[in-house]
Ligand binder design. Sequence first.
Ligand SMILES: Nc1ncnc2c1ncn2[C@@H]1O[C@H](COP(=O)(O)OP(=O)(O)O)[C@@H](O)[C@H]1O
Ligand SMILES: [Mg+2]
Length: 305
Amino acid sequence: MSYCLNSFLAGCGFGVDEPEDMEYNEMEQEKNWVIEVQDVSYTYDGDGKKALDGLNLNIRRGAKVAFMGGNGSGKSTLFLCLNGIRRPDTGRICIDGKPIRYTRKGLLEVRGKVGIVFQEPDDQLFSASVYEEISFGILNLGTDEETARKEVERVIEELEITPFQDRPAHALSGGQKKQVAIADILVMHPEVMILDEPAAALDPKHTGKVEEIVESLTAKGITVLMATHDMDYAYDWADEIVLMHEGKVIRQGTPFEVCTDRTALEQASLELPAVVRIYERLKEKGRIPGDIAPPGNVDELIAYL
Ligand SMILES: Nc1ncnc2c1ncn2[C@@H]1O[C@H](COP(=O)(O)OP(=O)(O)O)[C@@H](O)[C@H]1O
Ligand SMILES: [Mg+2]
């Protein structure tokens, strides 16, 4: 409203101060944060070192965000805090603009909105059969049995789990377990899906399957946060990369912004993606014009040649 009025006044030649417009933009942006992390610290019991150390972060609704950083930089701990499994010692986490409430009701609410697929599927799967496993979470949210059954069947179909839906969860391959772990979360229609190193220990075929599932999620407008060590994949897939180091976010930006910050990359022990390395070399050698935009992926780079 105030923006319309300001534009109108500006159009009539009345001066409008910059700060008011900025204030408006900031307010508008805040409405689009699905997750806000403010000054969060967390230390595991019996550990002298902070796993998260005054961490700040905002995540835009619908974004695809890759989390990168060395082992022990705090990615998994942050994820556990984002859906209330761990409670920060200090600081605040808001989901949809509301601080997480650490009551039974509050936690159920946040788990219905923010789902985590753990790095190790065995940490997540515990029911006897695949079908029971996928039903558990949605029934726990209080959904009636008939609706839950329909949702479970839909997800089983969508993720191509039908061939092994009646098998015991512990008898599945690593890739199949990962598919079930994703189904567990998807069935609850989360707003935010967190995948903690989804490609770890998967063969290329199953990695491809997981990537396909992730693509279909983002196409539906779900916000996806993914921890990965694969810089080439992150560069191609993500809207934003968050670099973590010693429990803090040291850099957040578009893949190209982050990849051209050599200091931050070195701090997080990360290499440049192959696409950017080749692009920079070709520019140096004058094989592509100096002012050409950086390619977003291999296909864009090839198109420049
Ligand atoms: N269950 C745990 N108990 C004690 N310390 C832990 C536990 N999980 C993680 N940590 C410690 O917290 C820090 C951050 O670890 P983590 O969040 O797992 O990092 P990342 O996922 O980036 O590898 C590390 O120093 C790690 O040793
Ligand atoms: Mg981890």
